[in-house]
Design a protein around this ligand. Structure first.
Ligand SMILES: Cc1cc2nc3c(=O)[nH]c(=O)nc-3n(C[C@H](O)[C@H](O)[C@H](O)COP(=O)(O)OP(=O)(O)OC[C@H]3O[C@@H](n4cnc5c(N)ncnc54)[C@H](O)[C@@H]3O)c2cc1C
Length: 382
């Protein structure tokens, strides 16, 4: 109980944020039209630059960034409503997702004025795609052991190494990477820094990696003597670990950690009729969803106050992804219990897609085991 009261103070959506819903819904209905459910089920992994540009034209990218950088000047609650509506509609948001959610806020917090002026307006217009260069072969959960290295060179830096599992890296314009600038991998959190890397630079090679679903969402990068200017450093040299942890709070606390199966849930709920077992299944899911949404809203309140709710975001992500994973399982259970029903082919197609994908929900953004270790440490239990 202490955990809930102290770490998750109740937060309500202000009316200015709620006011965004109606125009957003109208826009999404007009723009997404009749996209089939199995496509909409990709939600934040659906990549469509044109859609992102249209959202930018409406002023709905960088909605929390200051107006002087092309942003909307609104608070984190406005972004909560925006994200909630985009995910509920199954909008393809991957092309702007990383820039809007974490690279832009990271640059706002730690970047130079020049970095903000160059990158933020373009993120707000949906013109640039960012990716996250944290994981490496041999440094996933154990992120502090990264080996990719930038060494001082001719007034800038020389980059060598590799990154892997980079979401949409092969379709991105920039990567913000965590690399070593001093010491050895054994020095762990010491000597790490973040760089913004223009992915067109010579010496960079990239290859897409296909998922089990057939979508090529990931990529693998190799950096060979890539020359970076002094202006590629984000924040302070050696401060990369603290910066990356602040970035991960943006990455873990949002409503995307509960809504990855929402398109399927809605589709299934629409066809269960008055079946008592299915109504009970639906009730169980909704009873879990409501407090999870309240937790995400509470984290949004912390972010709006400028805090960095690292433990809370880890706890929410662990509980939220368990929920997302249970939706396809329960829907499959319901379908198996009713072999006599004619199930809509689109429902089965959406279910098949999510059954193949749902194991990644608890891997991306940090695995369940790692998050639970962080939660235990954050609560002083370890
Ligand atoms: C869909 C998806 C998108 C991703 N996008 C990106 C991206 O854009 N950018 C990026 O940098 N990375 C990305 N990743 C990578 C992701 O962050 C890593 O996969 C994750 O951190 C795990 O690292 P790993 O794959 O090296 O597994 P490992 O670290 O090798 O872990 C393997 C297993 O061992 C467990 N384990 C490891 N260490 C411990 C421990 N100390 N205690 C208990 N259990 C442990 C883990 O929980 C896991 O189950 C993405 C991953 C997925 C699935």
């Amino acid at each position: 109980m202490g955990l809930v009261v102290d770490n998750f103070p109740a937060a309500c959506l202000p009316s200015a944020a709620e006011a965004l819903r109606a125009p957003l819904r109208a826009f999404l209905t007009a723009t997404l039209g009749g996209r089939p459910a199995h496509e909409r089920a990709r939600t934040w992994t659906g990549f469509d630059r044109e859609f992102s540009r249209k959202l930018g034209e409406q002023g709905w990218l960088g909605i929390t960034f200051p107006r002087e950088y092309g942003g909307g000047g609104m608070d984190a609650f406005a972004r909560f409503v925006l994200v909630e509506e985009l995910l509920a509609a199954g909008a393809p948001i991957a092309a702007h997702w990383i820039g809007d959610r974490q690279s832009g806020p990271l640059l706002l917090r730690f970047g130079t004025e020049e970095q903000r002026r160059v990158h933020l307006p373009r993120i707000c217009r949906g013109e640039v795609v960012f990716c996250i260069g944290m994981s490496e072969p041999g440094a996933g959960s154990d992120l502090a052991s990264v080996r990719t290295r930038a060494t001082p060179h001719a007034g800038g830096w020389l980059l060598n190494g590799a990154k892997v599992w980079t979401t949409y890296g092969h379709k991105s314009d920039y990567m913000i990477a965590l690399v070593r600038t001093s010491g050895k991998p054994e020095d762990r959190q010491q000597g790490l820094s973040q760089f913004i890397i223009d992915l067109r630079l010579p010496g960079i090679s990239v290859r897409p990696i296909a998922l089990g679903t057939g979508d090529a969402d990931f990529s693998e990068f190799h950096f060979e003597d890539v020359r970076l200017g002094a202006d590629a450093l984000v924040g302070h040299e050696g401060n990369g670990w603290a910066q990356v942890n602040a970035e991960l709070a943006f990455e873990r606390g949002g409503p995307e950690r509960i809504y990855s199966s929402l398109v399927l849930l809605e589709q299934w709920a629409a066809q269960i009729g008055d079946d008592a077992d299915d109504s009970e299944r639906l009730g169980r899911l909704l009873a879990r969803l409501a407090p999870l949404r309240a937790m995400s809203l509470s984290i949004t309140g912390s972010l709006a106050r400028g805090e960095s709710p690292i433990t809370e975001a880890a706890l929410f992500k662990d509980a939220g992804t368990s929920f997302e994973q249970s939706v396809p399982q329960l829907v499959a259970e319901s379908i198996a219990a009713h072999p006599e029903r004619m199930h809509a082919p689109e429902l089965l197609r959406t279910l098949a897609f999510l059954m193949q994908l749902n194991h990644v929900f608890s891997l991306r953004g940090g695995t369940r085991e790692i998050l639970r270790g962080m939660i235990a440490r954050g609560l002083g239990l370890r």
